[in-house]
Design a protein. Structure first.
Length: 485
């Protein structure tokens, strides 16, 4: 409790942007001047700090203006704009750039290729041109408004909010300190040739070149340090901004992958640790183990849930503007519907839920498909045994989902073997000829693996990628197939 209380006081101090970021630099400025007077006269005059009172209102004004100063001064706006422009195709059309051997190819994301009519090159250019011209500026303006609102209303319930507030304080402190030290350098050059005589303040001319050199070195050093801290805090604010404000582009993917791997690694330790306890203490040990695992997993799961919610909120917030822009194009209704599914991020849960009879079955099928998809994304790192497992798992899941889909139009579907099932689906126009051939091909490959021991997997990543997407396409267009009475 004491440690938590102490950390709370540290957070209060670090997060106090008004005093730490704005008032403290002026206080240090007067402190340097007071020390100079003390060394010169031999006495410390505390009345020199009285003019600080007149800086209260400027500090308050700067504090009210600080979210705008930070948004533009730390180059957050430039950071958001450049990332959006670099990811226009990924965000708005559901494709990603795969850079390989100096060539850029558009690769559809597994769960996002949902348009029944593909966009032509001219149509893509038209959509992206309108997005860049109309939507990107609106996106930046909305992000600025959300940031200004959050600046004064944060609850500091997560790590990102505390960190960005800390760096905002450092940004303001270093920025004000840099400006004051530049003014000091100019004032020092003036005092080398002239004195300052006011009714309430007198500063003698500094004729000693040694003093000039000492103070000039001091102010230059402080200016350099302030500038370095300013740049560092600017980069950190840009990096943390998408972690508190919903944005449309993907951010910090490496950190998220690390977080997901950590969650999986920790959750797998329960059964291993249970083996350390005798059988008669299994129940008590299991409760204790899960209690500690939940404590460790809680912040990680919270971060992941916040990441997913921000992603969904960002797409939902900007969909109305995007839809209005799309209406100005000549795209067909099917293309508009496909883009909507792409932009809003249709999830596997939404796709397969109509073909599962209960929540437990839905969860199992979704986890199987997620596992297959994740393995496909890292196919080169997967062992041969795991590749075979991925294929067999996908075959089993595909058969289950196709059988559930066919039950709307085909009687006694549970009695049909897989070859008869896909043949009947082709006859009912649920599957096209190409899709039938593809599923029949994986049926034969599966039989080879099961009935011929020692046979290796002869299907590669590209074919499995195509199979995965074909299954998703079949399930998504099922609403266009009338059910037989």
């Amino acid at each position: 409790m004491d440690a938590q209380k102490n950390s709370g006081w540290i957070a209060v101090f670090a997060n106090n942007r008004l005093f730490l970021g704005l008032f403290l630099p002026f206080f240090l400025e007067f402190l340097i001047f007071a020390l100079y007077n003390m060394l010169k006269s031999g006495t410390l005059d505390f009345t020199i700090f009285l003019p600080l009172i007149f800086f209260v209102f400027p500090c308050l004004f700067l504090y009210i203006s600080s979210p705008y100063l930070i948004f533009y001064g730390s180059r957050v706006r430039t950071y958001l704009s450049s990332n959006l422009l670099e990811n226009l195709e990924t965000v708005f059309l559901g494709v990603k750039k795969d850079i390989s051997e100096s060539t850029i190819q558009k690769v559809p994301r597994l769960e996002l290729r949902t348009m029944t009519e593909e966009l032509s090159v001219d149509e893509e250019k038209s959509v992206l041109g309108l997005v860049e011209k109309k939507l990107v500026p609106k996106t930046l303006e909305k992000s600025r408004k959300q940031y200004v609102e959050s600046y004064f209303t944060r609850t500091y319930n997560n790590r990102a909010e505390s960190l960005i507030t800390y760096y905002e304080s450092i940004f303001l402190f270093s920025g004000v300190s840099f400006i004051l030290n530049i003014i000091n350098i100019g004032g020092l050059m003036y005092l080398h040739y002239n004195s300052i005589n006011l009714d309430f303040l007198t500063i003698d001319q500094i004729t000693n070149m040694v003093n000039v050199t000492v103070f000039l070195s001091l102010f230059l050093s402080l200016s350099f340090i302030s500038f370095v801290i300013f740049r560092h805090s600017s980069r950190q604010i840009c990096f943390l901004f998408p972690q508190i404000i919903p944005v449309l582009f993907e951010v910090d993917t490496e950190a998220r992958e690390t977080r997901l791997r950590t969650i999986q690694a920790i959750s797998r330790q329960e059964s291993f640790i249970e083996t350390m306890f005798p059988r008669n203490r299994y129940k008590k040990a299991s409760n204790l183990i899960w209690h500690n695992i939940s404590i460790i997993l809680s912040p990680l799961i919270k971060d992941e849930m916040e990441y997913l919610s921000r992603k969904e909120i960002a797409r939902a917030d900007f969909w109305d503007e995007y839809r209005a822009i799309l209406k100005d194009t000549s795209l067909s209704d099917d293309q508009l519907k496909g883009i909507e599914r792409v932009f809003l991020g249709l999830d596997l849960h939404d796709i397969i839920s109509p073909y599962s009879t209960n929540e437990e079955e839905l969860r199992g099928v979704r986890l199987d498909l997620e596992y297959v998809r994740n393995r496909l994304m890292k196919w080169s790192e997967v062992s041969n045994e795991d590749k075979t497992l991925v294929f067999l798992l996908f075959y089993r899941t595909s058969e289950h989902l196709l059988r559930s889909l066919a039950s709307k139009n085909i009687q006694n579907v549970d009695e049909l073997q897989f070859p008869s099932l896909i043949s009947a689906m082709r006859e009912k126009s649920i599957l096209s000829d190409d899709e039938y051939s593809l599923f029949n091909e994986i049926r034969m490959r599966r039989n080879e693996l099961v009935h011929r021991p020692g046979t290796g997997l002869t299907i590669g990543q590209e074919t499995l990628h195509h199979l995965f997407q074909t299954l998703i396409d079949v399930l998504q267009r099922s609403d266009q197939i009338p059910s037989s009475s």
